[in-house]
Design a protein around this ligand. Structure first.
Ligand SMILES: [Mn+2]
Length: 290
């Protein structure tokens, strides 16, 4: 069974009641007869990918897609351990995201994008060796932001008024995330976390892999995003800047990062950032003007 969770522990500030109330309010207007008053929202996205320098491959292990028309984005991170067995660890992630994008693009035009169904379809079509985390988000006019997330990729919702929501991380142990793997009954999309969050115009969604979230704290990402959006930057430029800052932290042997903190908690003594592939997708929620 999927866990349908409104991740209350994921808010970083105390204004949760306001968000919850907005959610309830939004639910009362889902009736199509009364929804004409509700403004339509759309999502404008940009992305940046900085693959780690590694012998033998330029592509790294991350993959992502943006389907602007269906207001859907996805990100995945192939689990690096496969490379020890001579397997390109990114291939599973790339195929998974490619299959997810196909499922979104070719879905019934009359029906909504359901991230859970998209991930199920992508998973069942991905038949190469490897394993991957995955996170798919879609903007649904009635529900808000609907998401499916497995492992330690994830997303932030940065609200104009100050709230920040962070998706939960699923991991077996430090740096060992839940993952999808073909032909492994313990690693299917049924272990993924499904959430629905109300969103409003002005919200910014930042999705990424652990190369982002292990190197920058949500508050650091939030600060940079707010500064740039207020300065008029578009999502593409913001994505580049966030990825750049994560990259700098990843190469900094002195930085205290979420990865440093996790290492210490796990009884290890890593210092500095975590060298990894870094994927960032920035999506701005805006009125679509209709
Ligand atoms: Mn990674």
């Amino acid at each position: 069974m999927y866990g349908h969770v409104l991740e209350t522990s994921g808010f970083l500030s105390n204004d949760m009641a306001a968000l919850t109330m907005k959610g309830e309010e939004q639910n009362t207007t889902t009736d199509h007869g009364t929804s004409s008053k509700k403004r339509k929202l759309t999502m404008i996205s940009g992305s940046s990918y900085i693959p780690m320098e590694k012998l033998g491959t330029l592509q790294g292990d991350d993959a992502h897609f943006i389907c602007a028309e269906k207001k859907t984005v996805g990100v995945a991170d192939g689990v690096g351990g496969w490379s020890k067995h001579g397997i390109d660890a990114g291939e599973y992630a790339r195929q998974l995201m490619s299959n997810a994008e196909c499922a979104v693009v070719n879905g019934d035009p009359e029906s909504k994008v359901d991230p859970t169904k998209v991930l199920d379809a992508a998973y069942s079509k991905t038949k190469v060796k490897g394993s991957s985390t995955a996170c798919i988000l879609t903007l649904d006019q009635d529900e808000g932001l609907t998401t499916v997330n497995m492992g330690d990729s994830g997303f932030l919702v940065i609200r104009k008024g100050g709230d920040v929501y962070k998706s939960a991380i699923q991991q077996y142990s430090f740096n060992y995330p839940y993952q999808l793997q073909d032909n492994d009954r313990s690693r299917t999309p049924s272990g993924a976390q499904v959430t629905t969050l109300p969103v409003e115009a002005g919200d910014v969604i930042v999705a990424g892999t652990d190369g982002l979230f292990d190197n920058l704290y949500p508050r650091q990402i939030e600060e940079l995003v707010r500064t740039m959006i207020e300065g008029g930057s578009d999502p593409q430029d913001v994505a580049w800047a966030v990825a750049g800052q994560a990259y700098c932290a990843s190469m900094d042997r002195e930085a205290f990062t979420p990865f440093t903190e996790g290492s210490l908690e796990a009884g290890k003594s890593s210092v500095g950032g975590k060298e990894d592939d870094i994927t960032v997708i920035v999506s701005c929620i805006v009125d679509d003007g209709l």
